[in-house]
Design a protein around this ligand. Structure first.
Ligand code: HEC
Ligand code: HEC
Ligand code: HEC
Ligand code: HEC
Length: 300
């Protein structure tokens, strides 16, 4: 009974997870190999580890999916099993029959959006624009995947901070780049689209060359490239893209407020509870030398 179930799982795993490099499905009675093998950090620049002799279940419960191992995981390690998430796999038509080649959604209206429809993971990881402005890693977003308990809080061992099945905490990741623009606190007369021509569609010349100039010092953004692109004609679309122009939320993200040169001494009321630094796990060392373990993902 147990054996046939395992066999079924093996067949399912092969058809569902073509790219999954687990072996050992042939003999379901064999004891599972230690699953921790994949969690040994690969040396930077080394080739992906050879396929591991682990069962599907062991792979699913691989410690790399859980804290604390997931914090140290490299993209290369995740991709050894999950290569399929970066494969182009957009449907030709939506389920309702709309052709993807001719469809443009509200979050695809900004001028930086280039090329045909692509998948969610590819738009953050492999498309040209994503590579220019960001350096996201799997664990920038993924903070765990507990297949037993993906609605958190229902058992003593559940990860309390994982939102529903998402395996990702949206308000700590997506919202940073897909919230609304907080134009009232900036003292703008109204929403950016109404006034951008008045500001020559440039966020930096009028304001952000002096205001909040200490920004983007995090390991998943290419701060220099962002400023260079934002200095070009219509560069406001670069900034606005992540700060209101690709909104998935009706709320704003409460960005940290890093002290900047000539910062006014008084803190405005709206900023009273803002942190003065980015989250620790993303913070860049001021000395600009990349910390060990940073940027050793598959893109390197
Ligand atoms: C040893 C192989 C292996 C490694 C390494 C691995 N995974 Fe997995 N992962 C699996 C298997 C097997 C499943 C179960 C898939 C299923 O049942 O659909 C899974 C499930 C998941 C899921 C849930 C999928 C869903 O549809 O619910 C996510 C998210 C995930 N993994 C992310 C990651 C991330 C991020 C990393 C790197 C930190 C990683 N995995 C490393 C094998 C692996
Ligand atoms: C921008 C944030 C983000 C990044 C970066 C990211 N993911 Fe995901 N990933 C998500 C979200 C959100 C989902 C959907 C989760 C859900 O519905 O439960 C997802 C789903 C998945 C799944 C489930 C299968 C699927 O396609 O729905 C796997 C496996 C996965 N990601 C692996 C990875 C790997 C490996 C990497 C690194 C190459 C990665 N992800 C990078 C946010 C991200
Ligand atoms: C660090 C900033 C950043 C984070 C964090 C981020 N995104 Fe994005 N997202 C972008 C950028 C930039 C683009 C536009 C990419 C392009 O134009 O090629 C984008 C595009 C998208 C798209 C459009 C894809 C398409 O095919 O047009 C979706 C959907 C999306 N993001 C959802 C999410 C979700 C859900 C999360 C959280 C799991 C998330 N994003 C986290 C920056 C981010
Ligand atoms: C790829 C997405 C992306 C682009 C493009 C982008 N930002 Fe950001 N911005 C972010 C994220 C994410 C944060 C939060 C980083 C952190 O937590 O420290 C942020 C933070 C900020 C902050 C808060 C600064 C502080 O005190 O920490 C300001 C101000 C800001 N951005 C302005 C801009 C301006 C101006 C531009 C154009 C020159 C721009 N952003 C372009 C994603 C982006």
């Amino acid at each position: 009974m147990r054996t046939s179930w395992l066999r079924l799982m093996c067949v399912a795993s092969v058809s569902l997870f073509v790219a999954l490099t687990v072996v050992g499905c042939k003999d379901p009675t064999a004891p599972p190999a230690p699953a921790a093998s994949s969690s040994a950090p690969a040396a930077p620049g080394s080739t992906p580890a050879a396929p591991m002799a682990v069962s599907y279940q062991a792979a699913q419960y691989d410690p790399i999916h859980f804290k604390p191992a997931i914090d140290k995981a490299t993209d290369r390690q995740c991709l050894a099993c999950h290569a399929e998430v970066l494969q182009p796999s957009v449907r030709k038509t939506s389920p309702a029959g709309l052709e993807s080649a001719t469809a443009k959604a509200w979050y695809q209206q900004i001028s930086t959006y280039q090329g045909g429809q692509d998948t969610f993971h590819r738009r953050h990881y492999v498309t040209a624009y994503a590579k220019q402005v960001m350096e996201l890693h799997c664990n920038t977003c993924h903070q765990g995947s507990d297949p037993r308990d993906q609605a958190s809080g229902s058992s003593a061992t559940a990860q309390p901070d994982v939102t529903l099945r998402k395996t990702v905490v949206p308000e700590m990741s997506c919202l940073k780049c897909h919230g609304q623009m907080n134009w009232p606190v900036m003292g703008l007369p109204g929403p950016w689209p109404q006034f951008r021509t008045a500001f020559n569609n440039n966020c930096v010349t009028a304001c952000h060359s002096v205001q909040r100039t200490v920004r983007h010092q995090v390991n998943y953004l290419n701060a220099k490239a962002i400023e260079a692109l934002a200095a070009k004609p219509n560069g406001g679309d670069v900034c606005y893209g992540c700060h209101g122009g690709r909104p998935w939320y009706r709320i704003v993200y409460p960005y940290p407020r890093h002290p900047w040169p000539n910062m006014p001494p008084e803190t405005p009321a709206w900023a009273k509870n803002r942190p003065a630094q980015s989250e620790a796990r993303f913070r860049l060392a001021i000395a600009a030398t990349p910390a060990p373990g940073q940027g050793e993902g598959a893109k390197k």
